[in-house]
Design a protein around this ligand. Structure first.
Ligand code: PLP
Length: 388
């Protein structure tokens, strides 16, 4: 599709790079074997699967045995939280889950399900007005860690771009002997993913946020972390996630992360400049606009605001008509009219949160596009407010 619009919604999803499509193609119709089969067709697929696993493991500084393929970031989050919490309760009796109120619903609703249907206690750590967790609050909530089954804190927030101090939080969990998971779905391709440095025991990724295909993700699970499979029915993925592996998509995910990692530093340097131009321009050109999330530490491609008196849905429709694709913050929340749970946890009143607007930049964006947005947005806001 020729892009005749300005796409500024890369936090929702990204296009698949041509090199990624090319890497996947042979595995649909030529090398189509089941990687579990013993014959030559299966072995070919099996080799591709292992190669992708090895590539991904190396990119994360992990071992191949620590990579579990899944169908998306949501599944990785479910597998991590359910798998670790249940296994640890069985092993130690620990039955409290610690997480934050700004997590993606893939974590929050899973934690609530574990509370409501599996008897776990749930503690939500406080966040400040920019959505950041404090290590001191985690330390206080952990105590000696004996009753905590698992801690999960997202690496980067999808709605407001805040980047949590994962290594510091991880070190606290490690000292308390409690497994630590991070949802790194928004961090993939944008922030360093080396698991040793991050001090995580488990980490979720989804390929479609870093120019890979939709429908595939991975869970890094450090060897020795207590885990029961959430999906049963076969010995795939060393009996940790049953189901025939999606070889073409997994090959695509490995290629996509390889490309994303090799371009990451230069691309983030480029996007940071565009992002700062966008943030500065909106704050200056649109009255009643306020940045949500911190100035720093913030995702380099992420600019999010609340615009007082302007309804998000109205702004998104008007932007769309003007050829600009943006979001109110969370794909799941747009259209639902419910105020964002993230902005709520940050203390932003529902009436203000109703004007949430997110621009997430990526490879296709240029300074000229940012300027076009800055040129068009003030009039759009005026119109949506009913002043124009
Ligand atoms: N976690 C975060 C922080 C996300 O932003 C998303 C998707 O937007 C997910 C999890 C879910 O990922 P997926 O769309 O791959 O299921």
């Amino acid at each position: 599709m020729a892009d005749n619009f300005i796409y500024m919604d890369h936090a929702a999803t990204t296009p698949v790079l041509p090199e990624v499509v090319e890497a996947m193609m042979p595995y649909f119709a030529d090398y189509y074997g089941n990687p579990s089969s013993v014959h030559v067709a299966g072995r070919r697929a099996g080799v591709a699967l292992q190669k992708a696993r090895q590539t991904l493991a190396e990119l994360l500084g992990a071992k191949a045995t620590e990579i579990i393929f899944t169908s998306c970031g949501t599944e990785s989050d479910n597998a991590a939280l359910r798998g670790i919490a249940l296994a640890r309760r069985t092993a130690t009796g620990a039955s409290r889950i610690l997480t934050t109120p700004v997590e993606h619903k893939a974590i929050l609703q899973t934690a609530e399900d574990l509370r409501d249907h599996f008897g776990f206690a749930l503690t939500l750590l406080p966040v400040d007005s920019t959505g950041l967790v404090s290590p001191d609050d985690l330390a206080a909530a952990l105590g000696d860690g004996h009753d905590v089954a698992v801690v999960s804190v997202m690496y980067a927030n999808n709605e407001v771009g805040s980047v949590q101090p994962i290594a510091e939080l991880g070190a606290l969990c490690r000292a308390a002997g409690v497994p630590f998971h991070t949802d790194a779905v928004q961090a993939g391709g944008k922030l360093p993913l080396t698991v040793q440095a991050l001090q995580v025991d488990a980490m979720s990724l989804g390929a479609h946020k870093f120019y890979g295909p939709k429908g595939v993700g991975l869970l890094y699970l450090r060897n020795g972390t207590p885990f029961v499979p959430y999906m049963t029915g076969g010995s795939h993925e060393s009996s940790r996630r049953a189901g025939t592996e999606n070889v073409p998509l997994i090959v695509g995910m490995a290629r996509a992360l390889e490309l994303a990692e090799s371009a990451r530093v230069a691309e983030m340097d480029r996007l940071r400049v565009l992002r700062d131009r966008l943030i500065g321009g909106v704050l200056e050109g649109v009255d009643g606009a306020r940045l949500t999330g911190p100035r720093a530490p913030r995702l380099d491609n992420h600019a999010s605001f609340v615009i007082e008196g302007a309804d998000a849905e109205g702004m998104l429709i008007a932007l769309d008509l003007a050829g600009i694709a943006a979001s109110s913050g969370s794909a799941c929340a747009s259209g639902s009219q419910r105020p964002s749970h993230v902005l709520d946890a940050m203390g932003i009143a529902p009436a203000v949160a109703a004007g949430a607007l997110r621009f997430s930049l990526g490879r296709s964006n240029t300074a000229a596009q940012v300027d076009e947005l800055l040129d068009k947005l003030p009039a759009i806001v005026t119109r949506v407010r009913g002043e124009g």
